[in-house]
Design a protein around this ligand. Structure first.
Ligand SMILES: Nc1ncnc2c1ncn2[C@@H]1O[C@H](COP(=O)(O)OP(=O)(O)O)[C@@H](O)[C@H]1O
Ligand SMILES: [Mg+2]
Length: 269
């Protein structure tokens, strides 16, 4: 059974149809890269999955429940790009931030149980921030901060982690460390990951499956089968501007100039 099932989803924002006809199934343990140009609806899709944005049409089901349902509280983790650019005036240590992940409405007033403490220490270790656990988050690098936010999702015991552009604004070493961490979470901790990135090269190194979104899903398949740039241009309906024809590529999704109906029916003028 898929942990996420999206059926015929359309979402509008400010009266404009942003994504439509989305059909998607995600299974436990998958690491999926979601790519597409700026403004193509990637964040919108994630927000609709989380239940922050309402579907205009279609359905989203997480673990068999509606988004934001009580039954899935704590199962879903969310890491946004903003994590790396947290406000500078927030005074909080790495350990405290990660500890926030163990807060639920039920244990709000008694969060200091041993089991929660253990989960916090495990999460700190998993994201490799032991050395800076007592440091203020403002003194961390962008990459470390991003890992701290992932640590918070882990402490909450999230099974399905959605990340929106977590690689933006972090240096190359941090990026590699982050991708390795996500890969390990997937393989060793059985987490499921859906990650938005426009760093195509980086995400192809890590994701097992790629989704190309531009208003609707134009490719969904194993990373090895992700189309090359020419085919991608075809998928996006981009015409060559320099006048060469793509003789060696199979045309994809090209509208036939005469679509059959008109054949033989052209009136003589
Ligand atoms: N808060 C908003 N109100 C109205 N339109 C929005 C809002 N946020 C995004 N959009 C529009 O929705 C479309 C998709 O945006 P978004 O999902 O953020 O794309 P991506 O994450 O792929 O860059 C864009 O055309 C954008 O202008
Ligand atoms: Mg976005």
């Amino acid at each position: 059974m898929p942990i996420l099932k999206v059926k015929d989803l359309s979402v509008s924002r400010s009266g404009k149809l942003v994504i439509h006809g989305i059909n998607l199934e995600v299974f436990k343990g998958e690491f999926i890269g979601l790519v597409g140009p700026n403004g193509s609806g990637k964040s919108t899709l994630l927000l609709a999955i989380l239940g922050v944005l309402k579907a205009q049409q279609g359905t989203v089901s997480l673990y068999g429940h509606r988004p934001m349902s009580r039954n899935i509280l704590g199962k879903i983790g969310w890491v946004s790009q903003a994590a790396a650019v947290m406000p500078k005036n927030v005074k909080i240590t790495v350990r405290e931030l990660i500890q926030l992940g163990t807060l639920t409405s039920r244990n709000m007033f008694f969060p200091r149980k041993a089991i929660h403490r253990q989960r916090v220490e495990d999460a700190i270790k998993m994201v490799g921030l032991e050395d800076v656990a007592d440091n203020d988050i403002v003194h961390l690098s962008g990459g470390q901060r991003q890992r701290a936010v992932i640590g918070r999702a882990l402490a909450s015991n999230s099974q399905f982690i959605l990340l929106d552009e977590p690689l933006v604004g972090i240096d190359r070493d941090s990026r590699n460390a982050l991708l390795k961490l996500l890969d390990r979470l997937c393989h060793e901790e059985d987490k499921t990951i859906l990650m938005v990135s426009h760093d195509l090269a980086a995400i192809r190194q890590t994701a097992h499956r790629m989704i190309y979104l531009e208003e609707t899903i134009r490719f969904d398949g194993p990373t090895e089968e992700f189309p090359d740039l020419t085919t991608l241009a075809g998928l996006r309906g981009i015409e060559p501007v320099h006048g060469h024809t793509h003789e060696h590529t199979t045309p994809v999704n090209v509208d036939a100039p005469n679509d059959g109906e008109e054949e033989g029916e052209k009136e003589e003028e």
